[in-house]
Design a protein around this ligand. Structure first.
Ligand code: ATP
Length: 230
């Protein structure tokens, strides 16, 4: 395997009496697409959140190695984790995380503006991503005026516009019919691993997982296996 962009070891996380992660070890190579599968409650979303620095684990480490250096995500305070997420990671969740009152282009541009890019430049770059994702002409629509698949492609544009090296997706096609789901996966894979970036996707959907380069199986807070899709 080539250089690991993310390496996790000994991850544990308990919520009350529930042990959501029970000692997870995982290595993700740069440019991979990894699907995390497993029954409901097996710890998939918790793992995604810990890898992405959204949730701090109780113990264990997450090391992120972008081309610019080595970052111990688990050693960072909340402020630095938040900055890391804004600058290095992108997120695509089932419900989008888009702001319904804003237009498609404003939602995408906002990710850049939060990092200090001027509005004009941010909208210029946002427009390029929306076009690349097949949304030319829909830039001024509010999110509620888009279909589920179109809204997910806006979310993908927003996750990518900052040049994120790792994209974390949680059930990105969960609310979509199978045809739209295929289109959204095309967009997600094309704009991430297609550009040499890394994709980690939590999914219950076998077809989504089959499009990834590797499948990780979780059970009871543990990685219990891994497969390469046929
Ligand atoms: N914030 C929280 N507070 C309390 N319990 C939590 C919290 N987050 C997760 N859990 C519990 O931890 C366990 C793992 O949850 P997690 O969401 O990681 O599972 P999952 O595999 O992603 O499930 P699903 O497929 O249903 O989304 C579950 O038992 C869940 O109820």
């Amino acid at each position: 395997m080539t250089t690991a962009i993310l390496e996790a070891s000994g991850l544990t996380k308990t919520f009350g009496a529930t042990r959501a992660l029970d000692g997870v070890r995982l290595r993700v190579a740069a440019g991979e697409s990894v699907a995390i599968m497993g029954a409901s409650g097996s710890g998939k979303t918790t793992l995604l959140h810990v890898l992405a620095g959204i949730t701090a684990p109780d113990s264990g480490r997450v090391i992120f190695t972008p081309p610019t250096g080595v970052v111990d995500v688990t050693a960072l305070g909340e402020r630095d984790r938040s900055r890391l997420r804004r600058e290095q990671f992108g997120f695509v969740f089932q419900s989008g995380l888009l702001i319904p009152e804003l237009t498609a282009i404003e939602n995408v541009a906002l990710a850049l503006m939060l990092n200090g890019t001027s509005r004009g430049e941010a909208e210029h770059q946002a427009s390029g991503w929306l076009t690349a994702l097949g949304l030319a002409g829909l830039e001024q629509r509010r999110i509620g005026q888009l279909s589920g698949g179109q809204a997910q492609r806006v979310a993908i544009a927003r996750a990518q516009v900052t040049g994120a090296s790792v994209i974390f997706a949680d059930e990105p096609t969960g609310a979509l019919d199978s045809h739209t789901s295929t289109e959204v996966m095309d967009a997600l894979l094309g704009s991430t691993v297609g550009q040499g970036h890394t994709l980690i996707v939590v999914t219950h959907n076998d077809e989504v997982a089959a499009r990834c380069s590797r499948i990780i199986d979780m059970r009871d807070g543990l990685v219990v296996g891994e497969r390469v899709p046929a």
